[in-house]
Write a protein that binds this ligand. Structure first.
Ligand SMILES: [Fe+2]
Ligand SMILES: [Fe+2]
Length: 313
């Protein structure tokens, strides 16, 4: 973490006009400076003056206030905010958490720490019928590095629910999707960040990330077979020419078939990995037509309804 003893809190998780129970700091010349004292009112003007809210602006909060911040988020989630604001608070507060988890040197801590995050999403989906629509409408709009995993998790939860999975299964789906690329920890940064096309040996290393992921996940006793499958099989193709095992159709675990769809969809619709992001409908159409055969056709249909039925409402 960049500031010892402090953690990041995204501005969009804070409700204007509401006093916080923790001090907020900003970084000036690399030093944390007290910005707002606990109990003071965080006005909309203060938030506006802080800068562009879409670029991932954040405050810092002392580590000892972490529980107070968690309680604050929990309070918003069970309070009277509209579903769209709740979706914003949940997604934004999870984003910094996911970032911390992914930077954690101990993967097992990250895996264990992710469960309550996913559970919050599942709870929100189950108590708020519009939850998924609002969450999806927030996805894919920014450049933050860790959004890919979180957005793949959000889309996968929506698709899994549409496919009939419930409760505990949804939680497993969320964890599996969040960690689908965990094996990239073992791929060198030069390859991960390379701008141009990969050469053969770089590509070979990149294609090992599902195996690397599996090796990481088997070390954690709380990780289930279906979470492992979501990671290990997410680059398999419905028609059998994916990797690493080249299994096909029903041989591929349903969670991995879901991640195969949501992973590609997210890559196509955000600027993180493609220069020109496709519009949602264009992405799904391309997956149906140009990439036909790669994905479970029933799940692809369900993805269409998750995205567009919800967006229309
Ligand atoms: Fe992957
Ligand atoms: Fe991915």
């Amino acid at each position: 973490m960049e500031s010892p003893g402090l953690f990041k809190v995204r501005i969009n998780t804070l409700i204007p006009g509401k006093a916080t129970s923790f001090d907020l700091y900003v970084k000036i010349n690399n030093q944390p400076v007290l910005y707002l004292r606990a109990g003071d009112n965080l006005s909309q003007e203060k938030i506006n003056s802080f800068g562009n809210r879409d670029t991932g602006s954040f405050f810092l909060v002392k580590e000892q206030d972490r529980q107070a911040y968690k309680n604050y988020v929990q309070e918003q989630m069970s309070g009277s905010l509209g579903a769209n604001q709740k979706a914003m608070v949940l997604r934004e507060s999870s984003m910094t958490l996911v970032e911390e988890l992914f930077e954690h040197p101990d993967v097992n801590k990250a895996l264990d720490g992710a469960r309550p995050v996913i559970k919050q999403f599942v709870d929100f989906m189950q108590t708020e019928p519009e939850a998924m629509g609002h969450l999806i409408s927030l996805s894919g709009h920014d450049f933050y590095t860790y959004n890919h995993s979180l957005d793949v998790a959000i889309y996968s939860l929506g698709l899994a629910e549409a496919a009939g999975f419930r409760d505990k299964e949804l939680e497993e789906m969320g964890i599996g999707a969040l960690f689908h690329d965990v094996g990239k920890r073992q791929v060198s940064l030069d390859i991960l960040c390379k701008k141009g096309p990969l050469d053969d040996s770089e590509w070979a290393q990149m294609q090992k990330h599902p195996q690397f992921g599996l090796m990481i996940l088997v070390e954690n006793p709380l990780i289930t077979d279906s979470v492992r499958a979501a990671c290990f099989e997410h680059h398999e193709s419905w028609s059998g020419n994916g990797y690493p095992q080249q299994i096909a159709a029903q041989e591929i675990h349903p969670f991995a078939r879901i991640v195969a769809i949501t992973d590609t969809y997210d890559a196509m619709t955000t600027q993180r990995s493609y220069n020109v992001p496709l519009k949602p409908l264009d992405a799904v159409t391309m997956m149906k037509e140009k990439l036909a055969g790669r994905y479970d056709p029933d799940l692809l249909k369900a993805m269409h309804s998750v995205l567009f039925k919800l967006k229309a409402s």
